[in-house]
Design a protein around this ligand. Structure first.
Ligand code: DHB
Ligand code: MG
Length: 221
């Protein structure tokens, strides 16, 4: 396989199953126009997040790392009636782009964007009693993945799902001497495997985002 064919198949999947959508395509265009890096989840991955959130009837969703809000749209559209997404974004510039994209998608009223370091926002969410979140999607700075996982667990309930993007990183997860992103992925696997309160797996993916993967943890009853 080559990354060209992976991308072509992703385009095929998106064309058949995600469908052209003005809000999603507009979000990617607005992100590019604003100079945001094109590191959003793929359309197929966004749809997977949407299906997982819907399948558990999620009413409260936590996202760590909004970027331009592309995945946020998929999650917000999955919410049960009256549901909310809280998305944490470090950069005000990204949050402004995300807000406009969410507005265009008609879901701005269901999404709260909190700007600043997620490691400041997460304890604040806890002290506010904002949880428990039915689903958490972690897709921010990779070196903090284990920390975000621990916070997501703290803000969860039995039956919650915690999903983490970019846990394979072109296979660099195997490199114990790897860069900070690889170390972040390894720390996440260590934290998940040592955590008796979750049942977890990870799935490698290829596609328009290269070779990477999602980790998925279910909080045990
Ligand atoms: C990067 C971040 C992501 O969340 C992703 O999906 C791909 C790449 C990055 O920071 O390079
Ligand atoms: Mg990612």
């Amino acid at each position: 396989g080559s990354s060209e064919s992976w991308s072509a198949v992703d385009a095929y999947i998106a064309e058949r199953l995600v469908k052209a959508d003005a809000a999603l395509e507009g979000a990617l265009a607005a992100n590019a126009a604003a100079g945001l890096p094109a590191i959003d989840v793929s359309a197929a991955q966004g749809k997977l997040l949407h299906l997982l959130a819907r399948s558990i009837g999620a009413r409260k969703i936590l996202e760590v790392g909004a970027l331009g809000g592309y995945s946020t749209i998929f999650l917000a559209r999955a919410l049960a009636e009256g549901g909310r997404v809280v998305t944490l974004e470090l950069e005000q510039r990204n949050a402004d782009v995300a807000a406009a994209n969410l507005e265009r998608a008609g879901v701005r009223d269901r999404v709260e964007i909190r700007v600043g370091p997620a490691l400041d926002a997460l304890p604040k969410l806890e002290s506010e009693g904002a949880g428990p979140f039915d689903l958490a999607f972690i897709d921010a700075d990779k070196p903090n993945n284990a920390n975000y996982f621990r916070w997501a667990l703290k803000l969860s309930r039995p039956g919650s799902l915690i999903i983490v993007d970019n846990v394979v990183r072109e296979g660099t997860v195997l490199d114990a001497q790897g860069d900070a992103m690889a170390q972040g992925a390894r720390a996440l696997f260590d934290a998940m495997s040592a955590e008796p309160r979750v049942t977890a797996t990870a799935i490698q993916t290829v596609g328009s985002k290269g070779w990477d993967g999602f980790a998925i943890a279910l909080v045990n009853s």
